[in-house]
Design a protein around this ligand. Structure first.
Ligand code: ADP
Length: 475
């Protein structure tokens, strides 16, 4: 099997090292991708530095046109890319197609925002002075992305950085680099100037260290675990390297007595089981009010039992495998821990007796709030449900977490919706909405869920520096 090449300084380059890619539904090797060493990372950074001046100097409209071209090349190959996502990540076809569509939309959104990186003119305070605020690209960007949404989590870093005028070096997850290669192909097909975008793969820690220590790299944008995010923060201290971090989540989902039951069940299914629960905004802690508790649990469990689990390529599959054995084992341990503490297993809870990392979608009722699954990030199709009585109790439990990425609330009471949204400690809140994230609105976390925002207009700002220019002049 010939390893796939990396994209460096406008060329596809082979190296003598590679790593293998596994299909989580079959545990078979589906490909290999080349890797580089630390000197290779340094060389990529040098190329990016050399490309910076030319790229930032282009009119914003020209950069926008490149982004639109990338979007259309990705769209043209959408079906092929969706199949790649299924094969290396495991998610079902419908979700993979959505992922491509969202990634394409990210490029389109930032092509539009590219033309709006406005500064401002400040009315003068004293005679003989004028003040201007201008925006400049931050410089060379290192983008490190994870495996769970391998295409769009990369796109929401690469597109705004390019739009802002920054060269980008992308380091995808070693579990899902084939999607990144597909995106790099679209970028190459759009004839982007050499060195403006590069794709590397190799030892993650080494690459992170080079990006942190090399002064050419001005910013690292990272999505991944809170543990690695913290290590990047420590490493960034030496040179005060700029970081954007989208880290773990442990989203609460609150269902009030006054909720529309059907909406709450459908919203909860979407918020919980997308990508087999392996999403940083997945609903991981369900709080359901006493008056609706039995009806919600019954309707929710009925829908979960009916979900078809299998290889994402099979027709009608709604839940694919988890990405690897480690995640599956930690989910099984969380389920056992909850049962040991008195939870009732309503459905699922077992590994499927077949090849691949399949876990049955699982619902646990009457879960103790100190169970592992209520405290640690659950990156799995496991829904633990807790009963509550008062609104204030639900808000307190929802906020009682190290994480603050997203939260969900189902209610038909407008006053309550406002009270709850104002108090929930989360960067993204879905009110009667299980799929709140979109290109057009900012996304990021409070507390240990990260620093900064992606998407929206904030997503472009993350790659721009703000400068104040003061003019002395004669009136
Ligand atoms: P997960 O455990 O879900 O795979 P990680 O945080 O380990 O999440 O991975 C997210 C991304 O961060 C991946 O691209 C991975 O290769 C990368 N990564 C892992 N360790 C480091 C590190 N020490 N420095 C920089 N990047 C890292």
């Amino acid at each position: 099997m010939q390893p796939n090449k990396l994209y460096l300084n406008g060329e596809w380059i082979a190296t003598d090292q590679s790593l293998e890619i596994i299909n989580p539904a079959t545990e078979e090797t589906i490909g290999r991708v080349c890797t580089i060493d630390r000197d290779g990372v340094k060389t990529a950074l040098n190329h990016a530095r050399d490309a910076f001046e030319g790229w930032r100097s282009l009119p914003a409209k020209t950069r926008a046109d490149y982004l639109l071209s990338i979007a259309s090349k990705m769209n043209d190959r959408g079906e092929e890319i969706a199949k790649t996502i299924i094969q290396e990540n495991g998610k079902p076809l419908a979700e993979s197609r959505t992922e491509v569509a969202v990634a394409v939309d990210h490029f389109r959104w930032f092509a539009e925002e590219c033309r709006r990186s406005y500064g401002r003119w400040i009315p003068n305070q004293v005679a003989g002075k004028r003040h201007l605020v201008i925006k400049s690209p931050v410089g060379v960007v290192g983008a490190i992305s994870p495996w769970n949404f391998p295409l769009f989590l990369s796109a929401r870093k690469i597109a705004p950085a390019l739009a802002a005028g920054c060269p980008v070096i992308h380091k995808p997850s070693e579990l899902t680099p084939l999607c990144a290669i597909a995106m790099a192909q679209a970028i190459d097909d759009a004839d982007i100037p050499k060195g403006v975008f590069q794709l590397i793969l190799g030892d993650a820690k080494m690459i992170g260290e080079e990006m942190l220590e090399n002064p050419i790299c001005r910013k690292i944008t990272f999505t991944g675990s809170t543990a690695v995010g913290k290590s990047l923060i420590r490493g960034a201290a030496a040179d005060v390297k700029k970081l954007s971090l989208e880290l773990g989540g442990q989203a609460p989902l609150i269902v009030f007595d006054d909720a529309d039951l059907n909406r709450a069940v459908e919203g909860a299914l979407a918020a919980k089981f997308r990508n087999a629960g392996q999403s940083c905004i997945a609903a991981n802690r369900f709080y359901v009010q006493r008056g609706i508790y039995d009806r919600f649990v019954e309707a929710f469990v009925a829908r979960v039992r009916a979900m078809k689990v299998g290889d994402g390529l099979e027709a009608g599959v709604e839940i694919g495998p988890m990405v690897r054995e480690r995640g599956l084992q930690s989910a099984l341990a969380q389920v056992q821990d909850a049962i040991d503490r008195g939870a009732k297993l309503m459905c699922g809870g077992k590994r499927l007796a077949r090849k691949g990392f399949f876990l049955e979608p699982t619902v646990l009722a009457n879960v103790a709030v100190d169970s592992l699954c209520m405290r640690e990030e659950t990156f799995a199709p496991v829904a633990p449900i807790v009963q509550f009585t008062e609104e204030s109790e639900a808000i307190r439990m929802a906020n009682d977490s190290w994480a603050g990425l997203s939260a969900y609330c189902f209610t038909s009471n407008l006053d309550r919706a406002f009270r709850v949204m104002e108090r929930l400690e989360a960067g993204t809140i879905g009110i009667n909405d299980g799929v709140p994230s979109t290109s057009i609105a900012p996304f990021g976390g409070l507390k240990q869920s990260g620093w900064g925002r992606e998407l929206g207009s904030e997503g472009l700002d993350a790659f721009l520096e703000t400068k104040h220019v003061s003019f002395g002049m004669s009136e």
